[in-house]
Ligand binder design. Sequence first.
Ligand SMILES: Nc1ncnc2c1ncn2[C@@H]1O[C@H](COP(=O)(O)OP(=O)(O)O)[C@@H](O)[C@H]1O
Ligand SMILES: [Mg+2]
Length: 246
Amino acid sequence: MSYPTVELSSVRKTFGPTVALGGCNLTAYAGEVHAIIGGNGSGKSTLAKVISGVLIPDSGQVSILGKSATSPHEARQLGISNVFQEVLVADECSVLDNLYLGADGLLGSSMNREEKEAKASALMRELLGFDINLSGLVGELPLSVRQWVTIARALLTDPKVLILDESSAALDFDSTERLFRKMRQLKQRGASILIVTHRIAELVRIADRATVFARRRGCRQAGEGRDYRGQDSRTDCRCRAQRHKS
Ligand SMILES: Nc1ncnc2c1ncn2[C@@H]1O[C@H](COP(=O)(O)OP(=O)(O)O)[C@@H](O)[C@H]1O
Ligand SMILES: [Mg+2]
């Protein structure tokens, strides 16, 4: 039976006067692809960063497999891997070094260089559809390949919860298909995949459930004479996707 991997309850996060998350509730389960959808600035990336320990909420509870993480390192140890919206690579380093960046003590420490290379090159071939020179500098690669490096880096940690924050934005159709195939494999192994997307077609093809972020910005409440900012996050909406999937 499926069990919750990530549970957020009344999570609030502000940046000065900006309410990025205004009381967010979300539950993600093992073995599901959970889409996070909403307009620009509705708090999706903030949510991803709160789950992955990068941002600490002002209030509310975040539980990851029953535990809480107060740093990215702790979140990684609990099995969270976040592919950030910003393509975070070290341009001056090789593909191989980028793939194992930040992995100290988690993975790779028990593998020698040959083992790391073999694992990395097999995964990159599977994701890209062709072989890549692992010694080449990442800065010389096109954006789509750099995006794959960030995705592969997350996959190499064998995450229990994988967050993809608009990660398919720079990928073409065939590449997105390969990503989806990988996501289904992870899901079958019991992982949760949280996919932040604004592409409805993707949501329909891959997601089991969705959380919708809506934001009412600058609505003037009658009679009060001041701006009102608020946010609804509705989770557990069963996707129509389910009906369309084979
Ligand atoms: N580090 C930050 N400092 C100040 N404001 C931020 C920061 N990160 C996000 N915000 C603001 O919080 C709101 C939500 O941002 P974000 O989570 O990136 O939205 P989304 O990913 O849905 O587009 C936006 O108004 C954004 O400008
Ligand atoms: Mg974002």
